[in-house]
Structure formats: C-alpha cells, structure tokens
Design a protein around this ligand. Structure first.
Ligand SMILES: [Zn+2]
Length: 181
C-alpha cells in the first residue's frame, strides 16, 4: 500500500497515512489534494478521484510537542545520502560508531552509513580504536525531515520541488519548514 504524505495547513510535513485514510480525509473535506499521482486514478462508488500523493489538512493542527524522529536503518542511509562515513564511497550498510558490543545503541548519533568493506574492517571497534575517523558527524534529523527520509526514494523524487528538498536536511541547510514558507 502506498503511503500519502500529509501536510499541515501550513504546508509543513506532518505524517504519512495509508491511501485509504488519505482518501477519507479528502472526501470528508478535512484535507485537499496537493499533489496527485500522474497516472493512477481510483474509483469509489460514483466518485472518481486522483490518487493523492500529498494531501494538506484544511485546518492547521497544532503540534505542541515534537518527538524525536524515529531511528531506522533506511533513514540513516538516506540521511547520509548512501555515502560511506569512512571513505565516501557508496554505502549499503549501517555502522554503529560505538559498536553494539561496547554498548552503542541504535540512535541517530551513533549510526552512520558505511560501505560493507569498512563496516567489516572496523568491526567491534570505535573509529578511534580502528584508526578510521568519520568524514562527517552524524546528526538527528527533525521529525519533518525524517518523514521525508522515510518516503521511498522514488516517491520522494516525484514530490513538488519545495518539498523534495528532503535533500536539504542532509546538506544541513534550510529545512523543510522554511522551504515551504
Ligand atoms: Zn567505506
């Protein structure tokens, strides 16, 4: 099931929902379609609808407390643009900076994208112990950034340009919310 990105009325990314949920939000006038799928249409009873890829809530939803973006291996790879933190070549694995064997956890700040070779070479050692300095420091993406990171690559590329600035957090510049302003 493809997910639909939900924007707040302020255009800030809020969450993703299932397609069914997105359609319900649109049909009940709680959201409008910001971007539709270029090819797919869906038919429900007498209505024909574009397949929403991005919807925006009609009413602004206050988000009083923004929890930290959930960690995921895929999120780390996308955050680091699939570049190995040790050699800069294409990364397909996630390395724990402080190895799990030494108590390092699955957190944004303790994980980096790594090529399989370097991951294997570093093994259960810290960068210092392995003599393998990080080319860049890992960072915690904001919830909005992480949401964009969570979208499949293909889906992300097809987003409107001001939203697809999911690349912005990786570059460390701007940010999604400001890009939408
Ligand atoms: Zn490498």
């Amino acid at each position: 099931m493809r997910d639909t990105l939900v924007l707040n009325a302020s255009f800030e990314p809020l969450s993703t929902v299932t397609l069914n949920r997105a359609v319900v939000l649109v049909l009940t006038d709680k959201a409008v379609v910001e971007q539709e799928h270029p090819r797919l249409r869906m038919r429900a009873a007498a209505v024909e609808l574009p397949v929403p890829r991005v919807i925006r809530l009609c009413r602004y939803v206050r988000v009083p407390f923004r929890r930290q973006a959930p960690w995921s291996r895929r999120g780390v790879l996308v955050r680091d643009q699939h570049r190995c933190a040790y050699c800069g070549r294409r990364a397909t694995t996630v390395d724990h900076v402080v190895p799990r064997a030494q108590g390092g956890g699955d957190t944004w700040l303790n994980t980096v994208a790594s090529c399989a070779e370097d991951n294997h070479r570093k093994a259960d050692r810290t960068p210092e112990q392995a003599g393998m300095p990080l080319l860049h420091q890992p960072f915690v993406p904001s919830p909005a950034e992480a949401m964009l990171l969570g979208l499949r690559n293909a889906e992300r590329v097809l987003l409107p340009e001001w939203l697809a600035a999911g690349g912005a957090p990786v570059a460390g510049a701007g940010g999604v919310a400001t890009a939408a302003a």
